[in-house]
Design a protein around this ligand. Structure first.
Ligand code: NAP
Length: 465
């Protein structure tokens, strides 16, 4: 392993900070510390764990402007979005601080009078997390908060592009009084740290947010030690605009869903499916709204669209645009770039493509960029068929004013998260996660603490009545 990571600002290519990388031996040591601390932390009273989580949330809120600035510098997203993410990240800690004191068991009526059956829940042990660069705060807290609330200890490896936000948040957890070995970070290359996590018998669970291929490799790697896994993987969200949709609402919500974080979110719209009778009206209104979005450095308060995270991401997006154009798509706006490969910055102006069809890569591959492909459908059944026709099943959106159409779409779309007239459905109090190759398990809501708990059942016999 190299012994440092250069964290660069994707808006300028400038070096922000060099951070140390742990050796394999140091990572083993961190795993052992987390395992040893589990014996103590799991016995800390749930009310005390709840208080410590609340103190962590408070510390983050006290420092939110500074954290948001660090996030914008390493990730590129506009400062207002970074502030929004800090609040979103904190909302998971607040939610699970409350859930910590609601981990209930139950009693089950036994079949004989001389027995009692008692079901209890206990934390599963040391949890290892691997997180992506696109939400460096929230993707970590929505794993760490339920883990700590349940009584598990936690160790995380953040993405190499964005380790600083994670490091800052974890240092604040320690300042708030959460024991140092109960929540730790390590830095390093995913392909090297991943196997150290999966091979360790001391780690009882892997929780991962990132791409589907890496998720599959972590599931395979977890098999030998039969670890629990939670996988928040890639998406390819369809957004359906039905014949009776409120177009003004559909345009404003599609802008939010598509262009937040420059289109680099797992739930962002990847395919816009418009009823054929509305496509011209929608395309005109949508393109006008897109024209108002300003591209630039996220630290500039007027910026709406920041840079693409890195060269690999940029090349993939441009290849998808070019493939669509070669196969007959039309550019309504965008397809402009500001790029300096030597300095290392990559901006793509928000782009809208029309006349997109199923033969184009953009209709199957996750884009992760500010490109909105528009296609059409004739019937709701056809829209559902197109929508379900990828290996992904994370988020889907639809716009309709008709409750029968809405419920029909809800019932037939194979996605874990559905926004009906809503382009921003994520919330700490709701279960987030995907079907099919978009993942396993849910984060958020009452469901989000379950993956950190084991169920134990006690049968007491030979009782005298
Ligand atoms: P990625 O390449 O899978 O990387 C995510 C994390 O995995 C990083 O920390 C990375 O470390 C690590 N990693 C890479 N190769 C690894 C390996 N062989 N073993 C173990 N860890 C490894 O994904 P990304 O491109 O950063 O993130 C975008 C993806 O995340 C998209 O597919 C997106 O849809 C998905 N995502 C999903 C959700 C959700 O909730 N479902 C939310 C956000 C993002 P390095 O940085 O060192 O490579």
């Amino acid at each position: 392993m190299s012994n440092s990571i250069e964290v660069k600002n994707p808006a300028t290519g400038e070096l922000i900070k060099e951070v140390g990388v742990q050796t394999a031996e140091e990572i083993h040591h961190a795993i052992e510390k987390g395992h040893m601390e589990f014996k103590r932390w799991s016995k800390v009273n749930a009310h005390e764990r709840s208080k410590l989580l609340k103190a962590w949330s408070h510390k983050i809120q006290e420092n939110k402007e500074e954290i948001a600035k660090v996030m914008t510098m390493e990730n590129g997203k506009p400062l207002s979005e970074s502030l929004g993410e800090v609040n979103y990240a904190t909302s998971y800690i607040d939610w699970y601080a409350e859930e910590a004191i609601r981990i209930y068991g139950r009693t089950v009526p036994a079949a004989t009078e001389s027995k009692r059956i008692v079901v209890t829940r206990q934390p599963i042990g040391l949890v290892a997390a691997i997180t992506p660069w696109n939400f460096p705060a929230a993707m970590m807290t929505r794993k760490a908060a339920p883990a700590l609330a349940a009584g598990c200890t936690f160790i995380v490896k953040a993405a190499e592009d964005t380790p600083l936000t994670t490091m800052t948040l974890i240092e604040l957890a320690h300042d708030a009084g959460i024991p140092k070995d109960a929540i730790q970070y390590v830095n390093g290359k995913g392909s090297e740290v991943g196997p150290l996590f999966t091979n360790s018998p001391l780690i009882r669970k892997i929780t991962f947010t990132g791409s589907t291929p890496v998720g599959k490799s972590l599931i395979k790697g977890s098999a030998d030690t039969v670890k629990h896994v939670t996988m928040e993987l890639g998406g390819h969200a369809p957004l359906i605009i039905a014949e009776d949709a409120d177009l003004v609402l559909a345009v404003s919500q599609t802008i939010i869903s598509k262009y937040r974080n420059a289109g680099q979110t797992c739930v962002c719209v990847n395919r816009i499916l418009v009823h054929e009778s509305l496509v011209d009206a929608f395309a005109e209104k949508f393109t006008k709204a897109v024209a108002k979005l300003k591209v630039g450095n996220g630290l500039d308060e007027t910026t709406d669209i920041g840079p693409i995270i890195n060269e690999k991401g940029f090349d993939k997006i441009v290849a998808q645009i070019n493939d669509a154009l070669e196969k007959g798509a039309e550019v309504l706006i965008g397809n402009k770039y500001q790029v300096d490969r030597d300095k290392g910055y990559f901006f793509i102006h928000p782009t809208v493509l029309k006349n997109v069809d199923a033969s184009m890569d953009i209709m199957q591959e996750e884009t992760f960029g500010p490109v909105a492909p528009i296609t059409t459908f004739k019937t709701i059944e056809e829209a559902i068929e197109i929508a379900n026709n990828t290996p992904y099943g994370l988020a889907a959106y639809f716009f309709t004013e008709n409750y029968k159409t809405g419920m029909y779409l809800h019932d037939h779309l194979d996605f874990g998260i559905i926004g009906w007239n809503d382009g921003a459905p994520s919330a700490a109090h709701a279960p987030f996660g995907g079907m099919k190759e978009s993942g396993l398990g849910r984060e958020g809501g009452i469901e989000g603490i379950e993956p950190y708990l084991e169920t134990k059942y006690l049968s007491v016999g030979n009782l005298v009545n």
